[in-house]
Design a protein around this ligand. Sequence first.
Ligand code: SF4
Length: 366
Amino acid sequence: MFSAPDFQQLRQTIGRCTSADVEQALSAGTCDSNDLAALISPAAEPYLPVMARRSALLTAQRFGRTTQLYAPIYLSNYCTNRCAYCGFAVNNKITRRCLTLDEAEAEAAILHERGFQHILLVAGEAEKIVGVNYLEAIALRLRPKFAAISIEVQPLSTAHYQRLFQAGVTAVAVYQETYDQEMYQQVHLAGNKKDYHFRLETPARVAAAGMREVGIGALLGLTDWRAEGLALGLHLAWLRKNFWSTAVTVSFPRLRPATGAFAPLVPVSEQNLSQLIFGLRLFDPDVGLLLSTREEARYRDGMLGLGPTRYSAGSCTAPGGYSSADQTEGEQFSVGDQRTVEEVSLAIAAKGFDPVSKDWDSAFQH
Ligand code: SF4
């Protein structure tokens, strides 16, 4: 199993990096974890334009001039956990709702009509309300309409992931939030999510179940983003080595305003986020990098082609939000890029890229 990295040691490794280490990383044909440490260190900041160019080149070589589009469907905002930074936390007094199968299908039909072929089913962690039977039933209903169905729900067992894969789920996202064990305990105040190690081992269970793709990520704004980035890189490399047939994606959600008024504990600027994205692209040219609607339209447009490969678009983060347009009460966080999917697609095309809504078909599986 992937072992928890020593967060303080990661910080020290990064802190020791010099401009000579950065130049060595930039001249290397392939980057190892020491090179990644250098690329995301303060010493690499003057090299950002070079990193951006290198990252853009690798992204074009591996992914072409394309940006994949996906949209989340929030199934439920019930949650038994108390995460200090999240609007769905059990202690927050919000209107709670779990979509029925028909309601979920209606939300999906709206996204299908808008051209989406890839959807992400999201739910708070409430096993008794959003259990594997419910997820399986939804996947079976939606499978005929969508090329790819991803889920972002509570960590499950390998056997449950296998069942969901058979039902049509192709990918699972499970973010560690923070690899810093001390910070993890400080912000995860109650509920099953307090178990750092069970969560850390989840991507391996997903891959062991035969899922086509697993998504890992860290919530930026809780602690040192550079050390989080190095931990992400180590986790990514471990998954690649042990589960070569499962694709891996990485997300970089920055903390957004949410019910509960939790403010980021450390600032993470757009420049910092860009450095992390470029560093990970140089470290692993084939990894899918996601940039969600948490980020502003201006920033997302500026990053097109420079490293990220997949954008969410036209997102609503409250259950039932697509069917009732004014539904924002009960949302997980406020969205930074408020544009419709058509507007995002046009912005992508204006930069000379193809917005791609389908890059996979279940027929490939057989
Ligand atoms: S981050 Fe996830 S587990 Fe934590 S409160 Fe929000 S929905 Fe629940």
